[in-house]
Ligand binder design. Sequence first.
Ligand SMILES: N[C@@H](CCC(=O)N[C@@H](CS)C(=O)NCC(=O)O)C(=O)O
Length: 233
Amino acid sequence: MVLKLYSLADGPPSLSCRQTLAALDIPFELVDVNFYSGEHMTEEYAKLNPQKEIPVLVDDEFCLSESVAIMQYVCDRYKPDSQLYPKEPKARALINHRLMFNLTTYYDSIVAYAIAPIFFDYERTPGGLKRVYMAMEIFETYLNRLGTTYAAADHLTIADFPLINSTMILEAIDVDFSKYPKITKWYNEFKKIHPSLWKISSDGMKKIQYFEANRPDLSHLNHPIHPARKAKT
Ligand SMILES: N[C@@H](CCC(=O)N[C@@H](CS)C(=O)NCC(=O)O)C(=O)O
């Protein structure tokens, strides 16, 4: 049976999984999950992912959440010789490191600053922006130290996708990151060299830009964690 990816059209983790599948040329069925109606919060969806988060990959009986695990799995399972996720231990360790760095530090700071205030009742604060820039400073240092053209090697790897999609969020809300020349070059080169992969990001970016300008009222979700911001009437 063809792989099924439950995905959110403007969700960076979903975009990274789609880019991995596209780069590996693996056919899959894209199932759009409606975050705004709370489709991911239903008991039906919880059978796929008790964390009630998007994305989820379904491969016959095998069901997997967490975008990083999904990217790693599809490489190992379907294209084990791909340079997108090489097996050589040090090369792989660097990729795994960048994936973790994104999840715990880079994406984490960007989501808190840029995304959470679009959808829920949070404010963008100078402290939040400082955290983003601190994470960028570290990423810039990694790019400088390794001296590679991509995030973890001199070629595209699965580490690039989540880092690109995190950076894309900053572009979506007009955060200036030109003071980081390595990040800026890497980001712009990705767009130029991989236009079809970038299109997956840029379609998501357009949706984020739309919601940035038209902040949604998600109070009907009764989100268990995030405070709802009611639209002004
Ligand atoms: N660590 C997870 C994060 C997934 C995640 O946070 N997805 C968001 C959409 S981008 C989500 O489903 N959030 C559910 C919610 O906030 O209710 C991954 O990398 O897959």
